[in-house]
Design a protein around this ligand. Structure first.
Ligand code: NAI
Length: 462
């Protein structure tokens, strides 16, 4: 029987990063993965393929809307959907093979198949049982659907089916105005579909700073996405290759229907822990179906740990990665740690939206006194040159100490710009620290500096 220091179940960003760090720290490591390729949901049917389609469809949008303004004349290209999907699949292949290479380089064994834990200290994969000192569950999450909706991944799809539709739908109804609904809704709107997003709440993107959320909705509406807010979807019927979505408006309880070629159900995700044998082992779960862990990612069963979407916290690949590195360090006798106060969130639409730390709403709820420094991309030369003036940077700082408490960006490269503020927050920086740091001109980053200046004596370019 082969034996290991660590067996990790699941090779998504949490699992594979954890495995590499375990191996680097001298632990004999194996990863169980039942998919044909490594990388989990993120690389195979999530973050990476959706970014490929967002990139391709954005290029089309640029050609249709901005090329002629710059003197690039001629008809915008037509869409070869098959080729776009082939490009997306190629991107997936490059990334998943990259992980395979890293496993070989770090001498990590890939145990192919679906894993179960018959007893602590053992992992079963198919007919083979492996011994291990530690087990880390990194099995991720799966779409959470609604009662009354049957997913067939053809007409009624989750994010997985939406990344491989046989053709671009004429009418797409998206249920849920969260991250998945807005990213994939944007893709199909740019490719010519009529997109209607139905959302239960009275605003899009739950948890986002309300001012940013409102602006974001306005920009997306300008790009052609339709929004029906305050509407609870009751069910979806399919017949003759089409779907009918029924929803109830919360304000007056009136019932409505809308027809669609494709319905994307994007109403959240739930931990995926099926088939591991957790109930028989007596592993404690939270009331939301997540694996309960302590601050070292240990479950209540000795030698079994869990990270990523399967435990509490935001369902984000980079949160899982950080937990993967932290638990590897714990197992190697070090002090693994994740700062949950500084985990950025990004929506990869155009413009992008990013955030870190507190929102105005959370600060108000906590009774904190704070100041707001804001700067519009309209005042940023680089953004103007690139037709990217929509949006702003907003920094929230403590009124007394000037310490940065949170930041929210809607605008070009917002997903990259946010990290300057993350680093500043990790170092406990003040808004003035950012404002006094020289920023190259002309860059989008200058808008971050200007927002920091706005927390003090004021920005220069507004
Ligand atoms: P979400 O939780 O972000 O949004 C789901 C939305 O569906 C909510 O606004 C909710 O109010 C709405 N909803 C629920 N029931 C409804 C009903 N009956 N009728 C109408 N609306 C209803 O979930 P989403 O977008 O599915 O994403 C799942 C997870 O994946 C999230 O945790 C997200 O952070 C993560 N993710 C992150 C990405 C990124 O970081 N860029 C990309 C894709 C996913």
């Amino acid at each position: 029987m082969s034996s290991y220091d660590v067996i990790i179940i699941g090779s998504g960003p949490g699992g594979y990063v954890c495995a590499i760090r375990c191996a680097q720290l001298g632990l004999k490591t194996a990863v169980v993965e039942g998919r044909e390729t490594l990388g989990g949901t993120c690389l195979n049917i999530g973050c990476i393929p959706s970014k490929a389609l967002l990139h391709a469809s954005h290029q089309l949008h640029e050609a249709e809307h901005n090329f002629a303004k710059m003197g690039l004349m001629g008809k915008a290209p037509s869409v070869d959907w098959k080729q776009m999907l082939a490009y997306k699949d190629d991107v997936i292949g490059q990334n998943t093979k990259g992980i395979e290479f890293l496993f070989k380089k770090n001498k990590i064994d890939w145990l192919k198949g679906w894993g179960a834990i018959p007893t602590p200290g053992k992992v079963q994969v198919g007919d083979t049982t492996y011994e291990t000192k530690n087990i880390i569950i990194a099995t991720g999450s799966t779409p959470a659907t609604l009662p009354g909706i049957e997913i067939d991944e053809k007409i009624v799809v989750t994010s997985e089916g939406a990344l491989s539709l046989p053709k671009i739908p004429k009418k797409l109804v998206v249920i849920g105005a969260g991250v998945i609904g807005l990213e994939l809704g944007s893709v199909y709107a740019r490719l010519g579909a009529e997109v209607q997003v139905i959302e239960f709440l009275d605003h899009i993107t739950p948890g986002m700073d309300a001012e940013v959320s409102k602006n974001f909705q306005r920009i997306l509406a300008k790009q052609g996405l339709g929004f029906t807010l305050g509407a609870a979807v009751q069910g979806v019927e399919t017949a003759k290759g089409k779907a009918t979505v029924t929803y109830k408006l919360r304000k007056d309880d009136s019932t409505h229907t809308v027809d669609a070629d494709t319905v994307l159900v994007a109403t959240g995700r739930k931990p995926y822990v099926d088939g591991l044998g957790l109930a028989a082992l007596g592993v404690s779960m939270t009331d939301r179906g997540q694996i309960a862990t302590d601050s070292h990612y240990a479950t209540n069963i000795k030698g079994i740990y869990a990270i990523g979407d399967a435990i509490t916290g935001p369902m984000l690949a980079h949160k899982a990665e950080d937990e993967g590195m932290a638990v590897a360090e714990v197992l190697a006798g070090r002090h693994g740690h994740v700062n949950y106060g500084v985990i950025p969130g990004v929506i990869y639409t155009h413009p992008e939206v990013s955030s870190v730390g507190a929102t105005e709403e959370t600060l108000k709820a906590e009774g904190r006194t704070y100041k707001v420094g804001k700067f519009s991309f309209m005042g940023n030369g680089r953004a103007k040159a690139n037709f990217a003036g929509d949006g702003f940077v907003k920094i929230l700082a403590d009124k007394e100490t000037d310490r940065i408490l949170g930041a929210h960006i809607i605008g070009p490269m917002a997903g990259d710009l946010i990290h300057e503020i993350c680093v500043a927050m990790e170092f406990g920086a003040s808004a003035q620290d950012l404002a006094m740091t020289c920023h190259a001109h002309p860059t989008y980053s200058e808008a971050v500096r200007e927002a920091a200046l706005a927390c003090g004596d004021g920005p220069i370019h507004s």
